[in-house]
Design a binder for this molecule. Structure first.
Ligand code: ATP
Length: 271
């Protein structure tokens, strides 16, 4: 199963190109658009499937996996596309996008229209855990994607997805807990939570909500032979979250160095 070598390497390269894009021309560009509850991430890969540019923005255009601000979403993705095109000196024509597991019937049209509305031709729409697994490359186990609004779970057996679920608990709930505990406005609590310096202090406060996520995971994996849990999604940046989940589920639980970028990079790899 995954030793995270490739995953950590490609994520590190992506973090570098977000700061400083690679301007060497490529014969083709693969773009992934990840529209999330908390962040919109656009990742661009070159002809060798290596990251060359990327951007992410905090935005509230999606709620619980559904687009709630359609025009806002188009505007932001278009702006990000134009910024990246300026940096790369080329037009980005094609993009792939992803949806939380199990929401294809509900929302695939909306996501596609946003990405098209921003000026891309959509080459692929895939589910988020499948995207994440393009980077993690696991054959067996559960990928748990704890995002802003939801927790997505996908169980893999011999490289195939055998069960998916998406439950409405995620980082937004973590921020609400911090906001309540510290009597801080939500936006302030959100920033306080994201700052790694505060992780040790807030972990005990967040323990009950992490245990809730763990019970969701346990419920979904109980009928399957899952031996390992792999964490992705921005909320898994929280230092120590993996230990609580491991203890509660009783299963070895691992995460890449920066779990926030596995899905957007996986989307771009599937463009
Ligand atoms: P969803 O998948 O639910 O639609 P999303 O795609 O926006 O949401 P991600 O970008 O994977 O989700 O994660 C966003 C969440 O991660 C937010 O709640 C954010 O506060 C949290 N997050 C991001 N960075 C950190 C950090 N350093 N520490 C703790 N939480 C973080």
């Amino acid at each position: 199963n995954s030793d995270f070598t490739y995953c950590n390497e490609i994520i590190k390269e992506f973090e570098n190109v977000v700061r400083k894009p690679v301007t060497k021309p490529s014969s083709v560009y693969y773009t992934g658009v990840d529209l999330g509850t908390a962040f919109i991430v656009v990742a661009v890969l070159d002809e060798h499937f290596r990251p060359i540019a990327g951007e992410y923005r905090y935005a509230s255009v999606v709620k619980d996996g559904m687009i709630v601000d359609y025009l806002g979403a188009i505007r932001i993705v278009r702006e990000m596309k134009e910024n990246l095109e300026k940096k790369l000196g080329t037009e980005l024509k094609y993009a792939a996008a992803a949806l939380p597991p199990g929401t294809f019937d509900l929302d695939s049209g909306a996501i596609k229209h946003v990405v098209e509305g921003a000026g891309f031709e959509v080459t692929n729409l895939l589910d988020e855990p499948t995207a994440a697994n393009a980077v993690l490359k696991i054959k067996n186990g559960a990928i748990v994607d704890i995002g802003g609004g939801t927790t997505g779970i996908a169980i893999f057996k011999d490289g195939e997805v055998v069960h998916v679920a998406d439950e409405p608990t995620g980082g937004t709930h973590f921020s609400l807990v911090v906001s309540g505990a510290y009597k801080m406005p939500f936006e302030e609590a959100e920033l306080y939570k994201r700052d790694q310096k505060n992780h040790r202090e807030i972990l005990p406060i967040l323990q009950p909500v992490i245990e809730k996520v763990s019970s969701i995971i346990t419920r979904h994996i109980k009928d399957y032979d899952v031996k390992e849990i792999y964490l992705v999604g921005g909320t898994c940046c929280l230092t120590g979250i993996e230990s609580i989940i491991e203890k509660r589920t009783g299963l070895p639980t691992r995460k890449p160095q920066n779990p926030m970028f596995a899905t957007p990079l996986g989307i771009a790899l599937n463009c």
